[in-house]
Ligand binder design. Structure first.
Ligand SMILES: [Zn+2]
Length: 280
C-alpha cells in the first residue's frame, strides 16, 4: 500500500497529517493532569483537608496565571502591535503577498493580521490570540531583513507558514493555555510545546518546502546561514554522540534543538508524513 510517498505529500494534507505524532498524546496527558488537579482541589475543598502552604501557593499560582492570561492576551497584543508596523498591501507589499498566498492555501479565516516588530538582533516570530476568536502574527525585523537584504523570500515564507501552522492546528486556542498550568509545574509543558513546534514545522515544510533549509538562519545567523553546507551540517550532526546530554538538552527546549529540528525538514519532502522529529 502506497501511503508514505512523495505523491502523498503533493495532496492537500489534513490537520491530522500535519500534526506531529506526539502532539495529541501530550495534549491528552495535559488534559488528564489538569482534570486530576481539579479533582484534588474539589476533594480538598469538600472535605476541608489540611493543605500544605506550598500546595496552596501552587494552586493560587496556577489559577492566578490562568486568569491573568485572559487579560494578558489583550494587553500583550496592544503592547506589541502599538510598537510594530502592520504589513499590508502598501507596507512591505512583497511580504504581504506571500502572506496572502499562504492564507489562501491554508484556508484560514478570519485572516490574522501580520506585523513586523523590531527584532534588535533576535530572530523570532510568533502567533498568538488577540481575542477569543482572532489571532495575529508578528515577525521580527531581523527575519524580514533576510528577505530584503539577502533576497531570501523563501525563508520568510517558511517562517510565516510555520506561524500560520500554529493557528491552523489550534495551538493558540485558549483552552490549550488553560491545560498548560499543571504540566508546567511538572516540567512537561515544554514537551507539549516542542510537539506543537514540530507540527508547525511540518505545516511549513508542506506549504513552503523551498524555504525549509532557510531555518538554518536560526543556527548560523542571518549573515552566515546562506553559506552553510547542508550536507556537511548533517554529516556533522551524525558524527556527534546521540546520547543522554543531547536528549536532555532537547527535553529542556520549547523548540527542538537544531540537531533534532533540521533532520525531519530534510527528509519530509522525500519520505512523507511518517517522518517525525525526535521528542528526546
Ligand atoms: Zn513555532
Amino acid at each position: 500500500m502506497e501511503t508514505n510517498t512523495r505523491s502523498e505529500m503533493t495532496r492537500t494534507p489534513t490537520v491530522a497529517h500535519l500534526r506531529h505524532r506526539a502532539e495529541v498524546p501530550m495534549l491528552m496527558l495535559a488534559g488528564l493532569l489538569t482534570a486530576a488537579g481539579m479533582v484534588v482541589a474539589v476533594v480538598v475543598g469538600a472535605t476541608g483537608a489540611q493543605v500544605p502552604g506550598w500546595a496552596q501557593a501552587a494552586v493560587l499560582g496556577i489559577v492566578g496565571t490562568g486568569l491573568a492570561a485572559l487579560v494578558l492576551i489583550r494587553f500583550n497584543y496592544w503592547r506589541q502591535i502599538a510598537n510594530s508596523v502592520e504589513i499590508t498591501g502598501r507596507q512591505f507589499p512583497e511580504i504581504h503577498q506571500i502572506y496572502q498566498e499562504l492564507l489562501d492555501q491554508m484556508e484560514l479565516d478570519p485572516s490574522p493580521r501580520l506585523y513586523v516588530g523590531n527584532g534588535n538582533g533576535v530572530l523570532n516570530a510568533y502567533a498568538a490570540k488577540c481575542q477569543v476568536r482572532r489571532s495575529y502574527v508578528v515577525i521580527f525585523s531581523d527575519l524580514v531583513d533576510v528577505a530584503y537584504e539577502l533576497g531570501d523570500f523563501n525563508a520568510v515564507r517558511f517562517v510565516l507558514a510555520h506561524e500560520l501552522g500554529h493557528i491552523k492546528c489550534g495551538h493558540v486556542d485558549l483552552w490549550r493555555l488553560a491545560i498548560s498550568a499543571v504540566p508546567r509545574v511538572l516540567f512537561l509543558n515544554r514537551s507539549l510545546v516542542r510537539a506543537q513546534e514540530y507540527t508547525a514545522d511540518r505545516c511549513a515544510a508542506y506549504y513552503a518546502p523551498e524555504g525549509a533549509m532557510g531555518l538554518m538562519v536560526l543556527f548560523a545567523g542571518k549573515r552566515l546561514y546562506p553559506r552553510v553546507n547542508p550536507d556537511a551540517y548533517f554529516d556533522s550532526v551524525q558524527n556527534h554522540r546521540d546520547g543522554f546530554w543531547l536528549r536532555a538538552a532537547n527535553f529542556w527546549s520549547n523548540h527542538a534543538v537544531g540537531f533534532r529540528r533540521m533532520e525531519p525538514l530534510r527528509r519530509l519532502a522525500a519520505e512523507g508524513w511518517d517522518v517525525h522529529g525526535k521528542m528526546l
